[in-house]
Design a protein around this ligand. Structure first.
Ligand code: GCO
Ligand code: MG
Length: 402
């Protein structure tokens, strides 16, 4: 079997998506998600100029060798752009492999370890009352786990809070918007928010919260400790993860479970975190973390240290990534939870999907491969439009994490 061609499809049904399509000499093609929010074109160039020419003629079944060809074989290793390109190639090759064997991808990753995939929903509000009301709405839809974000009194725009009545969408058209940030106000408010939410929803619903990298280790330790009585399922990205040792301080002070890594892209971002058991969930998605080939290894390593998966699943990752993640989550033993933000309906005009939500869980059907397809004609109706994630400054103007 040989790879005969590959192309990159960029489209913007409501938001930008980059999809890699790899063709073979056997009338079978594979799809991979290559979307890197706000830096889409960098991955397009990387794939088109450097990877696709080198893929032609290779046997697509050699997923391990091809992964290392693009990882070890490139002197400049790691980084979000490189790893997103490798992820897309890897996903598409696994799609081809499973289609060739006429079986759903999960059968190649260990088969079925469970029937349904526990997912968490997003609830947010401009203020505490709205956040509580919207949490209730997600529970009414059947969700058993809800991430709660709220506007902070005294801070303008806050990460995770939707504009108007629209669903939350982080990227804004054009250059980045500038937001302002005040850690003191945030730290004083969040424990109060979760006290109220817990009172209303009771003890059986899983509650999650995303700090989005905006605390120092000692601040994060304080927050994790103060949230303990409200039994969070997890506290996400409490500190910026470049300094893995920073998580030691958080761990020493609290038993609130920690999830980290949606911006990571290789196992080397995780080694201290995993081997010292400083976290409970790995967040790195297939699309940015080297695809199935690399995450299989990281998940196996994590399992030895009682760490589970909780993959990133925001709407800026395409349905191809979502479906691939659901196959992965079906198969591995140490699956924890999957983030799920439903894509807008317009996205499904371009991407046909093979998964659905029911009573707290996602289900994936038995279509061969990853099971998602792209309608290229429809995709052409939605051309790329530049959009970026906001940037954040402290109230005195100092650049900060968003
Ligand atoms: C999450 C994430 C997202 C990111 C977004 C960036 O937990 O879902 O933090 O909201 O900010 O995916 O592109
Ligand atoms: Mg996050």
């Amino acid at each position: 079997m040989k790879i005969t061609d590959a192309k990159v499809i960029v489209c913007s049904p409501g938001r930008n998506f980059v999809t890699l399509k790899i063709y073979t000499d056997q009338d079978i093609y594979g799809l991979g998600d290559a979307t890197l929010n706000g830096r889409e074109k960098a991955v397009v160039t990387y794939l088109e100029d450097y990877c696709i020419p080198a893929l032609i003629g290779k046997d697509p079944r050699n997923t391990e060798d091809i992964w290392h060809y693009f990882y070890k074989g490139v002197y400049w290793k790691r980084g979000a752009v490189t790893m997103t390109a490798i992820s897309a190639i890897d996903m598409a090759l696994w799609d081809i492999k499973a289609k060739t064997l006429n079986t759903p991808l999960y059968n190649l990753l260990g088969g079925k370890s469970r029937n349904g995939i526990l997912v968490y929903a997003h609830a947010n509000g401009k203020n505490i009352n709205e956040a509580i009301e919207n949490t209730g709405k997600e529970i009414e839809k059947g969700f058993l786990a809800v991430r709660v974000q709220s506007g902070i009194p005294g801070i303008g725009h806050t990460y995770g809070v939707a504009e108007g009545n629209k669903p939350y969408e982080p990227a804004q058209k054009g250059l980045p918007r500038e937001d302002y940030w005040d850690s003191t106000k945030y730290l004083n408010f969040i424990p109060f928010l979760f006290e109220k939410v817990r009172e209303v929803v009771g003890n059986d619903i899983h509650l999650l919260h995303d700090v989005h990298h905006r605390c120092t280790p000692i601040e994060a330790a304080r927050l994790a400790k103060e949230l303990e009585p409200f039994h969070l399922f997890w506290l996400e990205d409490p500190v910026s993860g470049e300094l893995q040792e920073g998580l030691r301080l958080v761990r020493q002070h609290s038993v609130t479970p920690i999830a980290i890594g949606e911006v990571f892209n290789t196992v080397y971002d995780y080694t201290t975190l995993i081997t010292e058991q400083l976290i409970d969930y790995i967040r790195m998605p297939l699309v940015h973390g080297g695809g199935i080939t690399h995450l299989t290894k990281i998940a196996a390593m994590a399992s030895i240290y009682h760490i589970q998966t909780g993959f990133h699943g925001a709407t800026d990752l395409s349905p191809v990534n979502m479906a691939a993640a659901l196959h992965f989550n079906t198969a591995i033993n140490n699956f924890g939870i999957q983030e799920y933000m439903p894509h807008q309906d317009i996205v499904h005009e371009v991407f046909s999907i093979n998964y659905h939500f029911k009573s707290g869980y996602m289900y994936i059907n038995d279509a061969p491969g990853i099971g998602v397809d792209i309608d290229e004609q429809k995709a052409r109706k939605f051309p790329y439009s530049m959009a970026c994630l906001p940037v954040n400054r402290k109230t005195d103007g100092t650049m900060f994490y968003w």
